[in-house]
Ligand binder design. Structure first.
Ligand SMILES: Cc1cc2nc3c(=O)[nH]c(=O)nc-3n(C[C@H](O)[C@H](O)[C@H](O)COP(=O)(O)OP(=O)(O)OC[C@H]3O[C@@H](n4cnc5c(N)ncnc54)[C@H](O)[C@@H]3O)c2cc1C
Length: 494
C-alpha cells in the first residue's frame, strides 16, 4: 500500500497548475503543506497495526487489502467502520479529514453507473470498476468536484446568461469528450491525485450537456486550480499537532479539457443528474455523522480544558453546557449507525446508508455548530481573541509578565496554560475557526438541501394516516411499511 512519503513524492512530481495569491506554484508550496499533513494521517494510520483493522479492508473487487478510503461498502458493518474511521481520523487532524469526499464520490459512481447501464445499455459501470481497481491498487486520493459556479441561483443550467456557469460537455469525440466550466470550493483538489466530477443538481432534457461525470488526474491538461489555503499562524516553539494541519479549497477551471472515454462515467444522461448528485450528497452526509461528532469532541475537549484553566470546571452551568456537546455529537453519531443498520444493498452490490438517518444526523450538526462555538467562547472568556502573540511569550522583555499572568488555575504551569489558550485561540478565533463554522453549515450541502432530501424520502402521508386513525377518520392503520421494517444487520436477531 502506498505510504504517505510515496504519496508526497508523487504529488511534487505533478505539473504546477496551482495558482495561489497571484503566482503559479507547484505542490511543494509550503502553503498547502498543512492539507498534505492531513492527508498523510490517512496513510500513516493504515500502516499502524493498532488501527489496521479499521483503516484497511479487503477489496470487494480484487480480494486484496486496501485503504478503507478507497473501499465500496458491502454491508452495514462496512458503513459503521467507515463512520468510525472518519471520526477517529478527524479527531487526529483537528477536524475535516477531507479524503472522504473522494470516497463518497466513488460510492455514488459505483451505484449510478450500474443504474445507467441497466437503463441505457451503456458501459459506464465496467469503465468505472476498471478505474476503481487502479485507484485501489495505487491507494489514490481524490477530491470530489460537485459544486458548480451556478451563476444566477434561480436559473437552471441551460437558462444561464453564461452557459459555462455549470461544467458542461462542449464536444463529443470518438475517443472522449471536451468539457468547459468551473467548480468552486473544492476541498483538497490542490493535493489530491485525482479530481472526480459529478453533477450538482437535478437536470432537465434541455440541460443534457450538463449531465457529465468523469475523473482525471488533478494536473490534467486544461485543468487549472485557483487555490485558497487556510491554516493557523505558524508556531515557533510551542509546536502541536493542531497547528500542523490545515486545508486548501480550489476553484477548479476546466478550460476545454479533453477527457478520455475510459474516464467518462456519465455523458448526457440527464435523467440521472439528480440521482448521482444525491447519491454523493447522501453518502457524504453519512460521512458527516462521523466527522461532525469529531468536531464536537474537539470543541468539547477544548471547552473542558479551558474551564479547568479558569478553575470553573465544577460550576453547574459549565457541566450543563458540556453535556450539550455530548447530546449533539452522540445523537448525530447514533443517526449514522442507524443509517448503516437500515441501509440497503443497491443493484451494483454497494451497500448504501439509509438517507433519512444520514440527513437528520447531518442537519442536526449543521444547526448546532455555531451554538457549540458559542459555548466554547462563553466558557473561555475574551482572552481567546486577545491573547498576545506567541513571540511575546518567548521575548526576554515580556516573558516573565506573560508567564506570571497567563496562569489562572495555580495547578496549571505557565507553558501548559499558554498551550491551552493558544489552542482555544486557534479553534475559535482564527481563519481556521471561520472555515469550520462555514463548513459546518454548507459543507455537504446547505441546510435547505437536507430539508429537500428529507422531503423526498420521509413519508408524511403515513404520519397523516396515524393522525387520521386517531381522529377516527380512518379505521385502518397500515404500519407494515414503517414499523415492521427491520435493520439489515443482524436481521436474524429480530
Ligand atoms: C468549507 C467548504 C468546503 C466545501 N468543499 C466542497 C467540496 O469538496 N466539493 C464540492 O463539490 N463542494 C464543496 N463545498 C461546497 C458546498 O457543497 C456548497 O457550499 C453548498 O452546496 C452550498 O452551495 P453554494 O455555496 O453555492 O451556496 P448557494 O447554493 O448559493 O446557497 C446560498 C443560499 O441560496 C439559497 N439558494 C440557492 N439556490 C436557490 C434556489 N434555486 N432557490 C432558492 N434558494 C436558493 C440556498 O438555500 C442558500 O440559503 C464546500 C463548501 C464549504 C463551505
Amino acid at each position: 500500500m502506498r505510504t504517505s512519503a510515496e504519496y508526497y513524492a508523487d504529488l511534487v512530481k505533478m505539473k504546477p497548475n496551482l495558482y495561489i495569491g497571484g503566482e503559479r506554484v507547484g505542490r511543494n508550496d509550503p502553503r498547502i503543506k498543512p492539507g498534505i499533513n492531513v492527508m498523510s494521517v490517512t496513510f500513516d494510520l493504515a500502516q499502524d497495526p493498532e488501527w489496521e483493522e479499521l483503516m484497511t479492508t479487503i477489496s470487494s473487487l480484487t480480494g486484496k487489502r486496501i485503504n478503507r478510503f478507497t473501499h465500496l461498502p458491502q454491508n452495514p458493518y462496512d458503513l459503521m467502520q467507515k463512520q468510525k474511521m472518519v471520526r477517529l481520523t478527524a479527531q487526529r487532524v483537528g477536524g475535516c479529514i477531507q479524503r472522504c469526499m473522494g470516497m463518497d464520490a466513488l460510492i455514488a459512481l459505483s451505484i449510478a453507473t450500474r443504474e445507467m447501464d441497466d437503463k441505457y445499455g451503456t458501459e459506464y459501470n465496467r469503465r468505472f470498476m476498471d478505474y476503481l481497481k487502479g485507484y485501489q491498487r495505487k491507494n489514490l486520493t481524490a477530491a470530489c468536484a460537485q459544486t458548480d459556479m451556478k451563476g444566477d441561483r434561480i436559473k437552471r443550467p441551460s437558462e444561464q446568461a453564461d452557459p459555462d456557469a455549470y461544467v458542461h460537455i462542449v464536444e463529443i469525440r470518438d475517443d472522449g469528450i471536451v468539457v468547459r466550466g468551473a467548480k468552486i470550493s473544492i476541498t483538497m483538489a490542490a493535493y489530491a491525485d485525482e479530481i472526480i466530477v459529478v453533477p450538482t443538481r437535478a437536470l432537465r432534457e434541455e440541460d443534457e450537456d450538463y449531465a457529465v461525470a468523469f475523473a482525471i488526474p488533478a494536473d490534467w491538461e486544461g485543468v487549472h486550480l485557483i487555490t485558497r489555503p487556510v491554516s493557523v499562524r505558524e508556531r515557533k516553539k510551542i509546536k502541536c499537532p493542531f497547528a500542523e494541519m490545515g486545508v486548501s479549497d480550489s476553484m477548479v477551471v476546466f478550460d476545454d479539457a479533453f477527457i478520455p472515454k475510459e474516464r467518462v462515467f456519465m455523458c448526457k444522461e440527464w435523467e440521472f443528474g439528480r440521482r448521482l448528485a444525491l447519491l454523493f450528497a447522501d453518502s457524504h452526509r453519512h460521512s458527516y455523522t462521523g466527522c461532525k461528532p469529531a468536531v464536537s469532541d474537539i470543541l468539547c475537549g477544548a471547552t473542558a480544558l479551558v474551564a479547568e484553566a479558569n478553575n470553573i470546571e465544577k460550576v453547574a452551568h459549565v457541566r450543563q453546557k458540556l453535556s450539550e456537546f455530548a447530546g449533539g455529537a452522540e445523537l448525530a453519531y447514533a443517526a449514522g449507525i442507524a443509517s448503516a443498520l437500515y441501509g440497503e444493498r443497491t443493484s451494483s452490490g454497494t451497500f448504501f446508508p439509509n438517507v433519512i438517518y444520514a440527513n437528520v444526523g447531518r442537519r442536526l450538526m449543521g444547526e448546532t455548530i455555531y451554538h457549540e462555538f458559542n459555548i466554547l467562547s462563553e466558557i473561555a472568556g475574551g482572552l481567546a481573541v486577545t491573547l498576545p502573540y506567541e513571540d511575546d511569550f518567548h521575548s526576554q522583555e515580556t516573558k516573565s509578565w506573560l508567564d506570571k499572568y497567563i496562569v489562572r488555575n495555580p495547578k496549571i504551569p505557565p507553558e501548559v496554560s499558554h498551550r491551552i489558550w493558544r489552542l482555544v485561540e486557534n479553534l475559535s478565533a482564527s481563519g481556521m475557526a471561520a472555515w469550520y463554522e462555514i463548513a459546518g453549515v454548507h459543507g455537504g450541502g446547505s441546510p435547505i438541501m437536507e430539508t429537500i432530501a428529507l422531503n423526498i424520502d420521509y413519508d408524511y402521508e403515513f404520519r397523516k394516516n396515524v393522525a387520521k386513525y386517531l381522529a377516527g377518520i380512518n379505521k385502518e392503520l397500515d404500519q407494515t411499511k414503517i414499523l415492521k421494517e427491520k435493520p439489515t444487520f443482524g436481521r436474524e436477531l429480530f
